[in-house]
Design a protein around this ligand. Structure first.
Ligand SMILES: [Zn+2]
Length: 334
């Protein structure tokens, strides 16, 4: 059994008692580098992406290999989000951006990767099949390496909520990581769906990773006319026309739509820079609200704190967050 390493108590914990005799859940990176090729959703270009190991404390950092020098680096952080209209786009002070990061970030969260360098030869993460599953597969192929420093968590200390009309996104204190999501579309293929994930024993891979992004045919046509979604196809999204799903194989889950929205929230929340110990509740929210709730959290120093987990806490808290069972039920949101 890995995941624990004996280390000095870090500076940010000097005033806290650690219950475990100094054994902590450790940071993790990739064991080796691994690459994939895919289509960029908006440009339609073929791109190559390589995931590489990174040192303790490095976090997740993107590097645009088509751009020379230090301006090519973009940290995967909530305060680097520059656009949330179509997907989550990160940018640096030189105006260099990387978009559609959320499904990759969700996979890195789900696989518990703290540190990695993500190299891409263009401004978009490849869309792959529209889900996180291909990225989970990549991480599994590369392997995971335990590192020598404790994994840092962000513990939610008080509720923080964002409201935009009927859309809300809320973070609140909880012992582990859990989330609920609710969507309500005026379309019979989607309609009203809810999901509640109690994430103590189970897996991101099993419950969320395979859920694909979705869109409406009439929107896709408009986007294409505007030069966007050029790479979009039935191979990388669920496409709905009228009340019908056009994909030949149908859905991967009956409630694949709400599962994908939960996946997006996991990816967007991982831009906090560390896994959250707390609960996320989203109602019809998207990338914009997911980012705004992090902005509101970090604007309030009393709303959160850094924490590490002792090895004996790992099973019952967010150390192994992606081990939960999905309980799709309207009652869960009541
Ligand atoms: Zn998505």
């Amino acid at each position: 059994m890995g995941g624990e390493t004996k280390i000095q108590k870090p500076e940010f914990l000097k005033d806290r008692s650690i219950p475990t005799g100094g054994m902590f859940v450790a940071q993790r990176t990739l064991k080796s580098k691994i690459s994939c090729k895919g289509v960029a959703l908006h440009s339609g270009d073929k791109v190559v992406m390589t995931l590489k190991p990174a040192a303790c404390g490095a976090g997740i950092v993107f590097r645009r290999t088509d751009i020379a020098g230090g301006g090519a680096f973009i940290p995967a952080s909530w305060d680097r989000v520059v656009d949330t209209r179509m997907c989550t786009v990160l940018g640096n002070e030189d105006g260099v951006t990387v978009g559609t990061v959320e499904h990759l970030m969700a996979a890195l969260a789900g696989c518990r990767i703290d540190n990695a360098l993500i190299e891409i030869n263009g401004p978009e993460v490849p869309i792959m099949d529209g889900s996180s599953a291909p990225f989970v597969f990549l991480v599994e192929c590369a392997g995971v390496q335990e590192q020598d420093e404790p994994r840092r968590f962000i513990r939610i200390e008080k509720p923080i909520s964002i409201r935009d009309g009927f859309r809300t996104a809320t973070l609140s204190p909880a012992d582990g990581f859990s989330l609920s999501f609710e969507i309500d579309f005026d379309n019979q293929a989607i309609s009203h769906q809810t999901i509640s994930l109690g994430l103590a024993k189970g897996s991101f891979k099993k419950e969320l990773a395979r859920a694909r992004t979705f869109g409406f045919l009439h929107d896709a046509e408009k986007l294409r006319a505007a030069g966007l979604a050029r790479g979009g196809s039935l191979d990388n999204a669920i496409i709905i026309s009228g009340g019908r799903i056009l994909n030949e194989g149908g859905l991967r889950f009956d409630d694949e739509f709400v599962r994908h929205k939960a996946l997006d929230a996991v990816g967007d929340l991982y831009l906090a820079g560390a896994p959250v110990i707390g609960r996320f509740d989203g109602i019809c929210s998207g990338h914009d609200a997911n980012n705004k709730v992090l902005q509101a959290l970090f604007a309030d120093p009393g709303a959160w704190s850094y924490d590490v987990l002792g090895s004996d806490e790992a099973d019952v808290t967010a150390a192994d967050a992606w081990s939960g069972e999905a309980v799709p039920s309207a009652a869960a949101l009541a």
